[in-house]
Design a protein around this ligand. Structure first.
Ligand code: PEP
Ligand code: MG
Length: 550
């Protein structure tokens, strides 16, 4: 960064407004491009970048640096962005680390505009390549030519980093949290990136290359075959029909889900409506948003999860107090029960949008029975209010809960009679059972939903639901894991809800299994000592049954 003293601060600062405008235009174009490629939700990051450029604190700091420290505008922009990035990266949690990357990204863009040069020389790829980087900013990722990108590998980032999110929505391989040494590799080095096992092989020998070439061909073939049959139901070899549905967060996800053969939605994450904006969405806006989604599914079921704010999902305009342990704090249903101004408009919107559709309502983060009674009471109040307002709504919606806190799993037999269904959130159930922060990249080795402790809780929940005649699904990532499918089927799971892209393979695996065999696999898995042992065992079983999974 060129840094030079200036004498005329006013003239130096006069360059700022036009540069900010130009950077905003560029970001708006990127937003439109990203919306087409990866959908509204993931594209919203560019709108967030535009808001950063409108942030009076950031702009004020730039102005102060120029007027008080008499430095050139480019340096002031860089220093201000760096200052905020540093503040953000000192906060705990992946969310803030990602925001730090965003502020730097915005700063670099503004500097490039001021210097009248394109923002970052576009990484132009002339042949299919694997991208190795410290971290990838949203601008990097969206500008890359996706037809040339085979996968990503970064030093920074975790499960919810932009790299991982983008890779997932594009169906590409990605490995995050790699050692710094990957940055020393020269362009054109030969590497193998194994997204299934989280491995990067450098300078592989011929034998390894041949093995992976074969696996790649097999994976491509498998993908084509599973996609070709993705719209057929998942019926096991011995005739059991299992529901395979999707986890989505917006209309784009809804469309992808349908294209990949999902038979509805097992988890509609509604937080997308609240994040990256300045005010709370009102009831009408929510009715429109939910209706747009349920319309895509017609008569298929759509399970709408009420907002799961808190934990790593912070909503600035709610001004929630900072907590020492946000994942153990006022999150999900806990927050909704104490904030009816947040909860009621959402419930009323869901009831209204559900009219004429197969919408179900689900509460996240249930810990004790009383919370369910309270939530249902508020739902009844909402129905009463809608009646008085003369608005039509779905009066008989099914009401279920997520089982993602161990206390709810342990007490499932007591909770089952008062709900219509359970959906097991294995992402949180894993973090709370094993006491591992799900966003901490240093604890990846412990944070496995295949841990027998988690599997045993899942079995308890399924048994309790069935004893009471209720259906039960899994909407955590585990449901879409090929190695988990025989175990969950064997435990009697009714509904598998997953990332839309995972649906075709999940259906294929279910069609290749018999329930008695799956039962045997599940029983054995529950006796094993570790997550790794479970995975190794199921992999062997799948091999001996000649079921392809990758
Ligand atoms: C879960 O916890 O498994 C879940 C599906 O919810 P989320 O990932 O949104 O917390
Ligand atoms: Mg959860």
């Amino acid at each position: 960064m060129d840094r030079c003293p200036i004498t005329d601060a006013a003239s130096e600062l006069s360059r700022l407004p036009a540069a900010v405008e130009k950077a905003k235009q560029q970001l708006d174009e990127l937003f439109k491009k990203a919306r087409k490629e990866v959908g509204e939700k993931d594209a919203e990051i560019f709108q967030a970048h535009i808001s950063m450029l409108e942030d009076p604190e950031l702009i004020g700091m730039i102005e102060n640096l120029v007027t008080e420290q008499h430095i050139n505008l480019e340096a002031a922009v860089w220093d201000a962005a760096e200052h905020y990035a540093q503040l953000l990266s000192q906060l705990e949690g992946e969310y803030f680390q990602a925001r730090a990357v965003d502020v730097r990204d915005v700063g670099l863009r503004l500097v490039a505009v001021l210097q009248n040069r394109p923002f970052q020389p576009q990484l132009s790829l002339s042949k299919p390549s694997i991208i190795l980087a410290k971290d990838l900013t949203p601008s990097d990722t969206v500008q890359l030519d996706k037809t040339m990108v085979l996968g990503f590998c970064t030093v920074e980032g975790g499960e919810t980093s932009h790299t991982a999110i983008l890779a997932r929505s594009l169906g590409l391989a990605a490995v995050v949290g790699c050692p710094n040494e990957i940055l020393e590799l020269t362009d054109g080095s030969l590497v193998i990136l194994d997204g299934y096992q989280g491995k990067l092989y450098v300078d592989p020998d011929k034998a390894l290359l041949d093995e992976y070439e074969k696996r790649l061909e097999a994976a491509k073939g498998l993908k084509q075959r599973t996609l070709a049959r993705c719209h057929e139901p998942a019926v096991t070899k011995d005739g059991k029909r299992v529901e395979v549905v999707a986890n989505i967060g917006n209309v784009q996800g809804a469309k992808t889900a349908i294209q990949h053969g999902a038979e509805g939605v097992g988890l509609l994450r509604t937080e997308f409506l609240y994040l990256e904006r300045a005010t709370m969405p009102d009831e009408e806006e929510q009715v429109q948003a939910y209706r747009e989604i349920v319309k895509v599914f017609g008569k298929m079921p759509v399970v709408l999860r009420t907002s799961d704010i808190g934990g790593d999902k912070e909503i600035p305009y709610l001004n929630l107090p900072r907590e020492m342990n946000p994942f153990l704090g006022e999150r999900g249903l806990r927050l909704c029960l104490t904030n009816p101004q947040l909860f009621k408009p959402q419930l009323k919107a869901a009831l209204r949008a559900g009219e004429g559709f197969n919408l179900k309502i689900m509460f996240p983060m249930v810990t004790v029975e009383d919370e369910i009674h309270q939530a249902k009471q508020i739902l009844d109040q909402c129905k009463e209010e809608l009646r008085k307002e003369g608005k039509t709504f779905a009066a008989d919606v099914e009401v279920g809960i997520m089982v993602e806190v161990p206390s709810a799993a342990i007490m499932a037999d007591k909770l089952a009679p008062i709900v219509d269904f359970f959906s097991i959130g294995t992402n949180d159930l894993t973090q709370y059972t094993l006491a591992v922060d799900r966003t901490n990249p240093h604890l990846i080795h412990l944070a496995s939903a295949f841990a027998p402790a988690v599997l045993r809780l899942i079995r308890m929940v399924i048994d309790s639901a069935h004893t009471c005649g209720k259906w039960v699904g899994v909407c955590g990532e585990l449901a879409g894991e090929p190695l988990a499918i025989p175990i969950l089927l064997g435990m009697g799971l009714d509904e598998f809800s997953m990332n839309p892209i995972a649906v075709p393979l999940a259906k294929h695996i279910l069609r290749s299994l018999d329930v008695p065999i799956a039962k045997r696999i599940a029983e054995r898995a529950l006796t094993l000592p570790s997550a790794e042992a479970v995975k190794t065992y199921v992999r062997q079983e799948m091999q001996s049954l000649s079921i392809e999974i990758d």
